[in-house]
Design a protein around this ligand. Sequence first.
Ligand code: NYM
Ligand code: MG
Length: 213
Amino acid sequence: SIIRTMARGAFIVLEGLDRAGKSTQVSMIVEALKERNVPVERRVFPDRSTAIGGIINDYLAKKIELAPEAVHLLFSANRWECKDGILETLEKGTTLIVDRYAASGAAYSAATTGRPLSWCTSPDQGLPAPDLVLYLDVTPDTQQQRSNWGEERFERAETQRKVAENFRKLSESGNWAFVEAGLDKLEVHQKLLQKVLDLLEGCKDKPIGKLYE
Ligand code: NYM
Ligand code: MG
C-alpha cells in the first residue's frame, strides 16, 4: 500500500436552495483560506463546462426537454466524471470548497421526479464523501428578493419547499452544519469560515469517505 507522506485536503460542500448565497460564500471562503496560505480550489456542480454539463445547462435554461429521471442521472454522471479530479486535488493536499454536490442531486430530483430519496441517492453511491456539508438556510422571502429569481427550472416556491424538506432529511446522515442565509453576508461568512477552520486540522489523517456506504 502507498504510504501517505502528505496530509490530504478537506472536502467541503456548500448546499442550499437557489439564491441562498452559496457562490458568494464559496468565493469568500476560498479567499480567506488563500490569505491563510491554505492550498484551496473551488468547484461547482453542475459543472456546465463538460459535454454532460452542457446538456444539463440547456435543460435548466429550458432550451430542451428531458425526462426528469434522465436529468437526474446526468447530474450524477456529471459528478462521476469529476471524481478522479476531486480525489487528485484532495490527495495532493489541496482543500476543495464545492458549490453543490450530491445532496442537491437527491434533494432536487426527489422533488421533481416524485421518487423516493433512496432511489435518488443510489447513482451517487461510492462517490467521494464530503467531510462537511455547510447548509445555507434561506427563507422563501429572501430567495424572491434576490436577483433573477424564477429564471431557471426548479425556481418555484412549491418545488423549493419540497427540496428544503429533502435537504433536512439528507442532513440526518453525514456531517452537516446549518447557517442562516438571510444574515449580512460578512456575518454568514464568519460563521462558515469558523466551521471550515475547525474542520481543517481534524480530517488530515482520515481517509476520504465514500457516499452512502
Ligand atoms: N441541481 C444541481 C440539481 O437538480 N441536481 C444536482 O445534482 C445539482 C448539482 O441545478 N436549481 C439543480 C439545483 C439548481 C440548478 O444549480 C443549478 P445552481 O447552483 O443554481 O447554478
Ligand atoms: Mg440556481
